[in-house]
Ligand binder design. Structure first.
Ligand code: NDP
Length: 400
């Protein structure tokens, strides 16, 4: 995109970015990228759920056209704090669906967490906005609907998840079919734990990821390997590859971010230090690569890169994700909703580590299955699955 300055020189217009979830781990790293490339990017919309003070600070610094605080009870506080700034303040979930459609927005970065990402992402797609997608739950819940709408509205999805960015980068310049996707997994903090040890895992232990510093929900999902299961589903939709051709390989060093194998046996991978700013920046700058001072691999000092088979017996959530794809329809939506309930319940001390998989499995068995849902169908399914999962967690509390 080029415009002309006052001296008739060609200058590139800055990309105006709407960040859904600017106060989170991905959101704040995206703002670092924007700050480092102020000539190229502009934070046009910032949104948060409850962290009003951080949102206010970000708004003062980045001067977006508007901000949204999803939690309506904090609207007055944010509005009052920003009353001297030329920044519109909105509140509520519906406002998220509206701001993504604002005419000047060039890219929507979906960096909010959970099912809450689905509606605004669909709204952005309907307005023809390119999506830089971090919110994997959107594709887990409604991959068929989302990818269909992307085709209808000719909207590209640029993956932010490091594995999917690696696959995307391995596919750059390729027209040949994919034989297999190699989706790497760190294995999380409990890769070497026995089942006995897993029983006693506490939230504090699970919230410490060996390689990545992420939001609380995805950190727990990484510890159970539900996150890797979700990434299999995400890859299935992003790259239109059947799950049998997506192989999860445990690679504890998180240097190879994922790879693609082609039909001649050649494998292309993307490597780098574990740093989410790399895929975030590429999703915003694509098709260009921008300079960065992010840490580089030190090849002479790097010990070894190792690979293992994932233990599906120990990490049942990974197997459940494959089962959800096989079942199709609303199965992954049920798994996602149950997972959101148990993930929070575990963090709040309401269930034990291994009970998370049990509750998700029970919920998947109890909620009626359905095929080809629309948005309302997914919302109803999500609500029902949460109710059933919540009931199961409450029973655990009683029987303890
Ligand atoms: P965080 O929990 O750190 O941040 C979540 C963001 O979403 C915050 O801005 C939060 O606001 C906002 N938010 C939470 N709930 C709602 C809601 N109901 N409505 C509107 N906004 C909401 O999450 P992460 O940044 O870790 O993850 C974001 C997404 O990116 C997830 O889908 C995750 O799976 C994915 N991802 C994350 C990676 C990472 O390294 N962190 C890596 C790959 C993918 P507030 O701060 O006010 O609560």
């Amino acid at each position: 995109m080029e415009t002309q300055d006052t001296n008739n020189n060609k200058v590139r217009a800055r990309k105006r970015i709407c960040i859904l979830g600017s106060t989170g781990s991905i959101g704040t790293q995206a703002l670092e990228v924007i700050e480092a490339h102020q000539d190229l990017f502009e934070a046009y919309v910032l949104t948060a759920n409850r962290q009003a003070d951080l949102l206010i600070r970000q708004a003062r610094q980045f001067q977006p056209a508007c901000v949204v605080i999803a939690d309506e009870s904090r609207y007055e506080y944010v509005r009052e704090a920003l009353k001297d700034e030329p920044i519109q303040v909105y509140a509520g979930a519906d406002a998220l669906c509206q701001v993504v459609q604002m005419e000047p927005v060039d890219v929507v970065l979906t960096a909010l967490v959970g099912f809450a990402g689905l509606r605004p992402t669909l709204s952005a797609i309907q307005a023809g906005k390119p999506i830089a997608l971090a919110n994997k739950e959107t594709l887990v819940v409604a991959g068929e609907l989302v990818t269909r709408q992307c085709v209808e509205h000719r909207v590209p999805i640029l993956p932010v998840d490091s594995e999917h960015s690696a696959i995307f980068q391995s596919l750059m310049g390729e027209q040949s079919p994919i034989e297999k996707i190699i989706l790497t997994a760190s294995g999380g903090p409990f890769r070497t734990f026995t089942e006995e040890q897993l029983r006693d895992v506490t939230p504090a232990m699970a919230l410490k990821h060996p390689n990545w510093d992420m939001g609380a929900k995805i950190t727990i999902d990484s510890a159970t390997m539900m996150n890797k299961g979700f990434e299999v589903i995400e890859a299935r939709w992003l790259f239109d590859v059947e799950p049998e051709r997506i192989q999860v390989v445990v690679h504890p060093q998180s240097i190879i971010h994922s790879a693609v194998q082609f039909e001649d046996g050649a494998v292309k991978a993307q490597l780098g230090m574990p740093d989410m700013r790399v895929p975030i920046q590429l999703a915003l700058s694509y098709p260009e690569r921008l300079k960065s001072d992010f840490p580089r691999i030190d090849w002479w000092d790097m010990a070894s890169l190792t690979f293992e088979r994932p233990d599906m017996q120990k990490f049942r959530c990974l197997g459940m994700a494959y089962e959800a794809i096989r079942l199709g329809g609303n199965a992954a939506c049920i798994v996602n909703a149950a997972n959101e309930v148990v993930n929070l319940a575990f963090r709040q001390g309401e269930c034990r580590f291994l009970q998370m998989a049990e509750v998700i499995e029970q919920t998947l068995n109890r909620v009626p299955h359905a095929q080809a849902l629309d948005l309302e169908g997914y919302m109803a399914c999500d609500a029902e699955a949460r109710r059933v999962a919540r009931e199961a967690v409450n029973k655990l509390k009683v029987s303890r």
